[in-house]
Design a protein around this ligand. Sequence first.
Ligand code: SIN
Length: 307
Amino acid sequence: MTDLSVQLGPLQLRNPFLSASGTFGHGLEMKHFVSPDALGGWVSKTVTIEPRAGNPAPRICETEAGFLNSIGLENRGVQAYLDNIVPALRGSEAVIITNVGGASPDDFVTAVERLEEAEEVDAYELNLSCPNVQGGKLPYGTDPAVAEDVTRRVKDVTKKPVFSKLSPNVSRIGDMAKAVEAGGADGVTAVNTLLGMAVDWRTGAPGLATVQGGYSGRGVKPVALRCAWECARSVDIPVIGCGGISTLEDALEFLVVGCSAVQIGTASFANPGLLAELVLELPAKLQEAGVDSVEALIGSIRTPEGV
Ligand code: SIN
């Protein structure tokens, strides 16, 4: 029997597959495509203290390999999440991770304090990396000192595990991972979207109303894989891989470079049932490779001496 379970810091997941924040509603909206109990865990769309209308349209733009988004953290705010979403999470066998955002460290702390009343929430993912809310500037979470401070301050108000979601738009992501580890993070999610843009050369119209936005999908996979590898070799806490994962092989690559779990994001737009399909395909693929557990694959990359 193949063991699909993985340990994610203090959490045990029944398999290594999670939804990526912002690509799957808050999770249960997608239950017609993926059974709520099929996954290792569900990661919500970012929740902020107050409701946010998000950025002006157009805020999605398809590109050659993936798409750009500039949603701007549209959501109904923490109270609506507690009232309308949390009750539906009750009894879930999958781990529930609520992604939290904010415009300042205090916002993160206040949002998590409010969410503490929801025992259905198993863990938090801190969105330190949204590229769409600061007028095209890099997310403030790209500063290691800020990322460490936010993580530490959130850890001070919760006993639940905290995963800090990092931006690839930095020169040394390993240093970012070390910073949030120093702040007490239980794990790192690597990575959010790459800053990108599109333009119609005939009309001069940018693809997004904010011009710049977050690029995701197949095209980002090699960058995301490198970021995940760099994080995994920099810290002792677990890494969740994210970025361009579209097939089971992609997911296994992230495990091999050291990730303990993976998130599927943009690929779910083309195939909302993909996460469930990957879970079903996993045992046969591991057996074919002569591996009897997912854990056996994690970190099995053969990095050449001196690299
Ligand atoms: C958004 O809402 O703008 C996307 C979320 C993110 O990239 O973190």
